[in-house]
Design a protein around this ligand. Structure first.
Ligand code: EPZ
Length: 429
C-alpha cells in the first residue's frame, strides 16, 4: 500500500492549480442517468472516486469515454468525460459497489425518475458518522414513490412516473437536495424544495440539469422550484473549482508560511473559510487568476469556529483548520455540527505533538510551539489531508499511511505541493 513521506519545515511558494470539485463531479456523472443523450463534462478531476463511480455507472449500462483513450487505461484520467446512458440495462445498485462509495446511493433518484423503479443497497455506516438516508427516502415519497426496504436494499417504485410535490427538509442535507432535484426534473408538475442545501455543488448540478433541458429556479437560495419536463437531452458542462481543495491548500500555506497562488479558485465558494484564515493572520487576496495566500513571519492567531451548512464554515475543512490551529499562539475552539463522529484526526494530530481536548462536539486546541513528525494514518479523506498539513509544518519526517483516502479526493496532491517546495513524496508498496 502506498504511503506519503513528508519532511516538514519548508515554506510553500508558487502556484497550485485547483481541480474540478469532486463533490460536484460525482452527482454530475450520476445525472447522466436522466437522459439517453450524451453529457460532456469538462474539468473532471482525476480521482479514485471518479474511477469508482465510472465502474458503478457502467453496471447500469452507462458508457464513458475520455477522448483519445479509454478510461482506466492509464493513471492519466482525462479532464473531459463523454457520458452516455442510451439504455439502462440494470436498475439495481448492489451492496458490493454502494458500500465502497456512499454517493453512489444517489443513483436511486435518476433511475427511479427515468425507469420508474430502482433497487439500491443501503450504504451502511461510515467513518464520520451514521449518515442515514431517511431524508432522501422522504423526498422521493413526497413525489409519489412507493418505497420498501428489504434485505438491505431500498426499493423505489413509481410505475406511472413521479408527481411534483412539496418537499420540506427538517435539516439541511446535500444528499437530500441532490436526490429531490434529480427526482423532480422528470416529474409531472411542479416541485418546491424548502430548506434546500445551498452548497455551490448543488448550484453546479442544477446549472447542468438546466442545460440538459430541466427547469430549475432558485439556485443559490434555500427554496428551489422545479417544473418537471418529459425528457432531458445532452449538454456540455464544466465542473466548478473545488472549494475544499482550495481551502486545504490555503491552510497549508498559512501553516508553513509562504506565498501561493491558488489558480482558478473562486473566493465566493469559500468566503467563510477565507474569513477565518484572515483572522488567523494569513493575507488573502483574489483576482481573475485565483486566490493568493501569503503568510510571512507572524504567529497564527487562534480562532473559535463552528461548522455549518453553506455559506457557513464547511465541515469538509474542519480537520484542516484543526491542524492549522495546533500551532496557533493561544487556544482555539472548533465545534463540529454536521457529522457526530468527525474527529478521527484528533488522536493522530496528537501523535504529531498537538494538544487537543475533545468534549462532545467541541475540540479545544491549545497551540504548541512545534510539532514533530511521526507515522500517522486516518480513516477518511479530509482527516488524512489534515495530517499532511500538520506534517508540512512539523519537524522531521512524517509517514502518512492509508494514502488511498487522499487519492479519493485530492488530484496529484504530492505533485502540487512539491512544485511549491514541499518535501513530499509517494512511497510505493
Ligand atoms: C455531502 O455529503 C458531501 N459528500 C460531504 O463531503 C460533505 O461533508 C457533506 O455533504 C456536508 O457538506 C458529497 O458531496 C459526495 P448531507 P452528504 O446529506 O450529502 C444528515 C467529503 O469529504 N442526514 O448534507 O452525505 C447527515 O447524517 C464528504 O468530500 C440525515 O440525517 O451530507 C448529516 O448529519 C464527506 N438524513 C447531515 O444530514 C439523511 O437522509 C448532512 O448530511 C441525509 C443526511
Amino acid at each position: 500500500m502506498d504511503r506519503i513521506r513528508i519532511v516538514g519545515g519548508r515554506r510553500l511558494e508558487g502556484t497550485i492549480p485547483i481541480s474540478g470539485a469532486k463533490n460536484a463531479t460525482l452527482p454530475l456523472m450520476i445525472a447522466s442517468l436522466l437522459t439517453d443523450q450524451t453529457l460532456i463534462l469538462d474539468n473532471v478531476p482525476r480521482l479514485a472516486d471518479v474511477n469508482l463511480l465510472q465502474r458503478i455507472l457502467s453496471n447500469h449500462g452507462v458508457d464513458m469515454m475520455v477522448p483519445g483513450k479509454r478510461p482506466g487505461e492509464s493513471q492519466e484520467f482525462g479532464h473531459t468525460l463523454h457520458i452516455v446512458a442510451s439504455r439502462i440495462v440494470d436498475t439495481t445498485a448492489p451492496y458490493e459497489l454502494v458500500s465502497k462509495m456512499r454517493a453512489s446511493f444517489w443513483v436511486i433518484a435518476p433511475l427511479l425518475a427515468r425507469m420508474g423503479e430502482a433497487k439500491v443497497s443501503l450504504p451502511g455506516g461510515c467513518a464520520i458518522g451514521t449518515r442515514p438516508v431517511d431524508l432522501l427516502i422522504m423526498a422521493m415519497e413526497k413525489l409519489g414513490a412507493q418505497i420498501e426496504i428489504d434485505g438491505g436494499y431500498v426499493i423505489a417504485r413509481a410505475k406511472n412516473g413521479l408527481k411534483g410535490g412539496e418537499i420540506k427538509f427538517p435539516k439541511v442535507t446535500v444528499s437530500g437536495t441532490h436526490t429531490a432535484l434529480m427526482a423532480a426534473v422528470l416529474a409531472h408538475g411542479t416541485t418546491v424544495i424548502e430548506n434546500a442545501a445551498q452548497e455551490p455543488e448543488i448550484g453546479d448540478v442544477a446549472d447542468c440539469l438546466n442545460k440538459m433541458g430541466a427547469r430549475i429556479s432558485g439556485t443559490g437560495t434555500s427554496r428551489l422550484i422545479v417544473e418537471g419536463v418529459t425528457r432531458l437531452g445532452g449538454a456540455r458542462h464544466s465542473v466548478l473549482p473545488d472549494r475544499i481543495e482550495t481551502g486545504t491548500y490555503a491552510m497549508a500555506v498559512a501553516m508553513t508560511g509562504g506565498d501561493v497562488l491558488l489558480e482558478g479558485a473562486r473566493p465566493e465558494l469559500l468566503q467563510a473559510a477565507l474569513d477565518v484564515l484572515k483572522q488567523t493572520g494569513a493575507e488573502i487576496t483574489s483576482n481573475n487568476h485565483g486566490i493568493r495566500v501569503k503568510r510571512n513571519g507572524s504567529g497564527l492567531a487562534p480562532v473559535d469556529v463552528s461548522t455549518s451548512p453553506f455559506p457557513g464554515f464547511p465541515t469538509d475543512l474542519q480537520a484542516q483548520l484543526m491542524a492549522l490551529m495546533s500551532k496557533a499562539k493561544g487556544t482555539s475552539r472548533i465545534t463540529e455540527t454536521i457529522f457526530e463522529n468527525r474527529f478521527m484526526h484528533v488522536q493522530e494530530l496528537v501523535r504529531l505533538g498537538a494538544r487537543i481536548h475533545l468534549d462532545g462536539e467541541t475540540a479545544t486546541i491549545q497551540g504548541v510551539e512545534r510539532l514533530k513528525g511521526a507515522p500517522v494514518m486516518a480513516t477518511d479523506l479530509r482527516a488524512s489531508v489534515s495530517l499532511v498539513i500538520a506534517a508540512l509544518a512539523a519537524e522531521g519526517e512524517t509517514m502518512v499511511n492509508r494514502v488511498y483516502h487522499l487519492d479519493r479526493g485530492f488530484e496529484r496532491l504530492e505533485d502540487k505541493l512539491s512544485a511549491c517546495g514541499a518535501a513530499i513524496e509517494r512511497v510505493s508498496g
